[in-house]
Write a protein that binds this ligand. Structure first.
Ligand code: CP
Ligand code: NVA
Length: 303
């Protein structure tokens, strides 16, 4: 079954192949060529958390490929509440050809996939955000050419986005540096998982100015993720020195580009002038979510 849960079982070659396909699809779209390659296919989308990019990029992507999508609010479905997760997974697979699941507990995605008879795509969990990582690598590849040997510096929380990007980067030979306050660095289980499944170049440098000295990409994300709202105030204090702003950009090479998965908390992890400035890739990066996911949908549903 072609589940897409966390990228740990993908190798660099598979990722690069998918990115090439995504770039080809994007080019075709720009030329106005639409192939209804997923005609008659339906994507189920169960979301327990809010979303703009993931939801719209999957729905638009399916429409462009000739298929359809059904959006289901997690609360309405009553995930594990109105009905058990295995019952929902088995039922929904009777109707659709693949499912995107956005949920709090990563274990829910794993459990859902265990019961699903159709491919399950992780549309973000508290631990991984692999669809984001695919779109991000597509953006870096588009901007710099080769991914191998590039340095991606993530300034901020060692969260779902950071974990998935670290995994993806390591698989394609890019160096990943996390610059975070001590309490927000990568957790031990993740580091062990990384050693077993990735073994790339992964470093942690606490001082953000030192961390970005050789950066090709400076990446950031919110300091408090969805579900961590009650920690926002404390986190804002801990992360104060980790804002991506004009001063930090001065410590990086001139060619460095800034990325953000969005949504951004402007004035917290990133300033307006940087997010809207000439170094920012954030909006084409958001667009690339769709192109990468179209390649992923074709992979998952077999064309
Ligand atoms: N980057 C991202 O996943 O955005 P949404 O939460 O809006 O889907
Ligand atoms: N780390 C953020 C990413 C949102 C796309 C969150 O989980 O809320």
């Amino acid at each position: 079954m072609r589940h897409f849960i966390d990228l740990l079982d993908w190798n660099g070659e598979q990722i690069l192949k998918l990115l090439k396909e995504a770039a080809r699809i994007k080019k075709g779209l720009l030329k106005g060529k639409h192939k209804p390659i997923l005609e008659g296919r339906v994507l189920g989308m169960i979301f327990e958390k809010p979303s703009l990019r993931t939801r719209v990029s999957f729905q638009a992507g399916m429409a462009q490929l000739g298929g359809g999508a059904i959006f289901l609010n997690g609360a309405e479905v009553g995930l594990g509440n109105r009905e058990s997760l295995p019952d929902i997974a088995r039922t929904v697979c009777e109707y659709v050809d693949a499912i995107v699941l956005r949920t709090f507990l990563h274990e829910n995605v794993v459990e859902f996939a265990r019961w699903a008879s159709k491919p399950v795509i992780n549309g973000l969990s508290d631990y991984h955000h692999p669809c984001q990582a695919l779109g991000d690598l597509l953006t870096i590849r588009e901007t710099f050419g080769d991914l191998e040997g590039r340095t991606i510096v993530f300034v901020g929380d060692g969260n779902n986005v950071a974990r998935s990007l670290a995994i993806a980067a390591g698989k394609v030979g890019a160096r990943f540096i996390l610059s975070a306050p001590e309490a927000y660095r990568f957790d031990q289980p993740f580091l062990e998982m990384y050693q077993t499944h990735v073994r790339g170049q992964l470093d942690e440098i606490a001082d953000p100015a030192k961390a970005v000295a050789n950066a090709d990409v400076i990446y950031t994300d919110v300091w408090a993720s969805m579900g961590q709202e009650s920690e926002a105030k404390v986190r804002a204090e801990h992360f104060e020195a980790y804002q991506v702003n004009a001063e930090l950009l001065k410590a990086a090479p001139e060619h460095a580009r800034v990325m953000h998965c969005l949504p951004a908390h402007r004035g917290e992890e990133i300033t307006d002038d940087v997010l809207d400035g000439p170094h920012s890739l954030a909006f084409p990066q958001a667009g690339n979510r769709m192109h990468a996911q179209k390649a992923l949908l074709i992979w998952a549903m077999g064309g």
